[in-house]
Ligand binder design. Structure first.
Ligand code: NAD
Length: 476
């Protein structure tokens, strides 16, 4: 039984949840505590009590803790990757890659803790000096989704601690195992009691209580738009600082002059890797007339060779969908796309495998329009839709015609179009001849429009959210 971590102690809860392997539903990974509101408040109290000490800790103390956490994650990447693949359904190489990324993020922010910058300026008044410093903000509440169960907790916890804040994290109830394993590593990293706290449980039970607690200064959230909107309302009502990373409907444009192999490889990776369950996945493939038919033929041919199966087996390219309700949602959207007049070019059906799980064929619709629901709403499954465009200008207009703005990709050999797209795509991240998903750990991550709200995450831009700026004046 895996317990919550509150004020430096492992604490049991009255209720538990079963963590189930989506590649083999007979395989129960473990029982995880489900905290109640009182335990959540205990964790916030512990974090608040620890803040006066941690907020003035030295850069060396912060470096030592974060560096040790990063080293252990990297040393155990194969084992932690297997746990991740087992609970979330990502393939083993993808899962080990995600774990490595989590380790590298801790290493990066260990370094950042040593170089928190300030500024010294002369005043406009004689004899006065001006000093601009960054200070920690207090207790940070972290709420994370199931689809990156170790990387997203890492990219929120590491900067929070590096900049001197205390943490209460509530990971996704569906997939708590990786966050628990990360917390266990953090619990042995030498942090003072209460600096880091783990509360597992349902969003409606403990997540909502975290939002409303006046001792929690800031909330960082990644998840769906509906939850993000309710978090925005709760935080704004009590003037808490908040940051939201939400959904996407990321376009991938393929132009007539694209290298066909590059275009197909980018589209397959964007749409089907991680079973399409990535906020940066591309499900709208906007293809210009001259290459359209060739692209569709090559895409379907490539899709025939995608091996779907148990995420932990060698050679599997696409694991299962995460659970029964996500599978039902994917199948609903497949029916909607057909009813709206999309042509099912490949896939569309659930698959049986030796082990019972939530397997679905990679699915491609053609002859879709950008106005169809399948191209407007986030599905979060291995389903992609081809939209035909007359030329680059129409493709760009369609790419931007969405409420979202996380990532946008283009396959082209034209410097002119690549340069124009980088400037005019309405997205936080733009990819040229690369998949829409798959980003570095040392540069900013985030979107615009309905996809994101507030300061960017990751890289040194993370300081915007996890610190507050002070301007001090001194008359010498
Ligand atoms: P979700 O919104 O259902 O849940 C996310 C987290 O919020 C979970 O921990 C959940 O327990 C919690 N929660 C739910 N209701 C709450 C409430 N009322 N108060 C407080 N917390 C609450 O999202 P999900 O299904 O876990 O994740 C999938 C979504 O995440 C997709 O929309 C995807 O696009 C998005 N996502 C975005 C990014 C990004 O960086 N933009 C990255 C990964 C995933």
């Amino acid at each position: 039984m895996k317990r919550n971590y509150i004020g430096g102690e492992w604490v049991d809860s009255p209720n538990h949840s079963s963590n189930i392997n989506p590649s083999d539903t007979h395989d129960i990974i473990g029982q995880y505590a489900r905290a109640d509101a009182a335990q959540l408040r205990d964790a916030v109290a512990a974090a608040q009590d620890a803040f006066p000490v941690w907020s003035v800790s030295t850069p060396q103390q912060r470096f030592d803790a974060l560096d040790a956490i990063g080293s252990e994650i990297l040393t155990r990447r194969a084992e932690l990757g297997d746990l991740l693949a087992r609970e979330e359904g990502k393939t083993l190489p993808e899962a080990i890659g995600e774990v490595s990324r989590a380790g590298q993020i801790f290493k990066f922010f260990a370094g950042e803790a040593l170089r928190i910058p300030g500024e010294l300026l002369g005043s406009v008044r004689p004899g006065v000096g001006v000093e601009i410093t960054r200070e920690p903000i207090g207790v940070v509440g972290i709420i994370t989704p199931w689809n990156f169960p170790i990387a997203i907790p890492a990219w929120k916890i590491a900067p929070a601690l590096a900049y001197g804040n205390c943490v209460v994290i509530k990971p996704a109830d569906l997939v708590p195992g990786s966050a628990w394993a990360l917390s266990e590593i953090i619990s042995r990293s030498g942090l003072p009691r209460g600096v880091f706290n783990l509360i597992m449980g349902r969003g409606a039970d403990v997540g909502a209580v975290l939002l409303e607690d006046p001792r929690v200064t800031a909330i960082t959230f990644t998840g769906s738009i509906a939850t993000g909107q309710s978090i925005a309302r709760a935080c704004a009502a009590r003037m808490a600082k908040f940051q939201l990373e939400m959904g996407g409907k990321n376009p991938m444009v393929v132009l007539d002059d694209a290298d066909i192999d590059t275009a197909v490889s980018c589209a397959v990776q964007s749409a089907f890797y991680s079973t399409g369950q990535r906020c940066t996945a591309s499900s709208r493939i906007i293809v210009t007339e001259g290459i359209h038919d060739r692209f569709v033929t090559s895409m379907v041919e490539r899709m025939r060779h995608i091996s779907v199966g148990n995420a932990r087996e060698q050679g599997i390219e696409m694991g299962p969908v995460v659970d029964a309700s996500q599978l039902a949602q994917d199948l609903d959207y497949i029916a909607i796309a057909q009813a709206e007049g999309g042509h099912l070019a490949f896939g569309g059906r659930p698959l049986e495998y030796e082990t019972p799980g939530f397997y679905l064929q990679p699915t491609l619709f053609t002859e879709t329009t950008n106005a169809m629901r399948i191209n407007r709403e986030e599905v979060f499954g291995p389903i992609a839709n081809v939209v035909r465009a007359r030329n680059y200008d129409e493709a760009l207009t369609m790419a931007n015609d969405t409420q979202f703005g996380l990532s946008a990709g283009i396959a082209t050999t034209s410097l002119k179009h690549a340069t124009h797209f980088k400037r005019h795509a309405q997205a936080g991240m733009v990819m040229v001849n690369l998949p829409t998903a798959g980003v570095d750990y040392h540069v900013p991550f985030g979107g615009r429009k309905g996809s994101s709200y507030g300061a960017r995450e990751q890289g040194r831009y993370a300081a915007e959210f996890y610190t507050t700026v002070k301007t001090s004046y001194t008359l010498a």
